[in-house]
Design a protein around this ligand. Structure first.
Ligand SMILES: [Mn+2]
Length: 319
């Protein structure tokens, strides 16, 4: 019998698994990837009796893999907050799914473990941009403002580390980052340890976001803004976190941040205005390789020549 832990490579996925493994230490095979790499169960081979844990990856997107594992006789523990569709009924499946917009996988696991490693759960929620839920959950920990801020930053940095076009773009492979965090039962110990990865993450984040902030918009009106970041690794790492920052800064406006992909075109991240979280998916679906949610969506590959067409549709969506 072996353990296989499958998790999204962002802060929420990592902090969910940290809580579970701190609660029941085990040697397991880790299966993860960059944040966008969500079809993770396709990569898992398991036999009868094996225990598979799947965290922070849409059940709907992993349905085939899930059925294959259950058919093989594996036991599956599944916790997530993305769209799940119909949840299979199976004696070997435990599914903790909650698609409420104010929760995330780290908070689902916090409930499941009765708050045993709550500071890690709060870190994951901050990383997933759920500021209010993170603060509400943290209220039982009686943190001061400085401590709350520390968890907020750490969540942001771990989340930032998950973005890139491939694992090579990242500062740390998500499985490697997970293993180094696992040495700390509290995130405050990780932050305080001068020999930990914390400083490297922080410096990397601050350097990348500074470069992004100095990029002038390619196109802007009162209602939309389009940014094209340089064709550099830093841009692919910071695009997601920077899109969130822009959205928070000007909540009445929609934003698109473009990076150069390896196919000679653009990868596009769209954020709907925070004050009107609609239309991002509708806009992106008009392009091949576009999709996402109402508030946040994207296009994996936009031909460079199609930029004017994209801007026109973007204006049409929000003006
Ligand atoms: Mn999540």
């Amino acid at each position: 019998m072996s353990y296989i832990d499958v998790f999204n490579g962002d802060a929420d996925g990592i902090c969910a698994l940290l809580q579970l493994q701190l609660d029941s230490p085990r040697s397991s095979r880790l299966v993860t990837g960059i944040k966008r790499d969500i079809n993770l169960l396709d990569k898992v081979q398991a036999d009868a009796g094996d225990r598979v844990t799947a965290l922070d990856i849409s059940l709907d997107k992993n349905r085939q893999g899930l059925h294959r594992l259950l058919d093989a006789g594996a036991e599956v523990f599944y916790a997530d907050h993305h769209f799940a569709g119909e949840i299979p009924q199976h004696p070997k499946l435990t599914a903790l799914i909650n698609t409420d917009a104010n929760t995330c996988t780290s908070l689902i696991i916090d409930d499941y473990l009765n708050g045993k490693f709550r500071a890690w759960a709060v870190t994951g929620a901050f990383g997933d941009n759920l500021f209010q839920s993170a603060r509400d959950t943290a209220s039982k920990l009686k943190l001061d403002d400085g401590q709350m801020d520390e968890l907020h930053k750490l969540g942001t940095y771990i989340n930032y580390n998950g973005y890139g076009q491939s694992i090579d773009d990242l500062h740390f492979r998500p499985d490697e980052l997970f293993r180094s965090l696992l040495a700390y039962s509290s995130p405050f110990d990780f932050i305080a340890d001068k020999s930990s990865a914390y400083e490297l993450l922080e410096n990397g984040f601050l350097e990348d976001i500074d470069r992004a902030r100095s990029t002038k918009p390619e196109f802007e009106t009162e209602n939309i803004a389009v940014y094209i970041l340089d064709d550099e690794i830093w841009a692919r790492r910071v695009t997601g976190v920077y899109s969130n920052e822009l959205a928070n800064q000007t909540p009445s406006r929609a934003h698109a941040v473009l990076t150069h992909n390896k196919r000679g075109g653009y990868q596009v991240s769209v954020r709907a205005p925070l004050q009107n979280k609609t239309g991002a998916d509708e806009l992106c679906r008009q392009f091949p390789e576009g999709g996402g949610r109402k508030a946040a969506a994207g296009i994996n590959h936009l031909e460079k020549g199609a930029l004017p067409q994209f801007i026109e549709k973007f204006r049409g969506q929000y003006e």
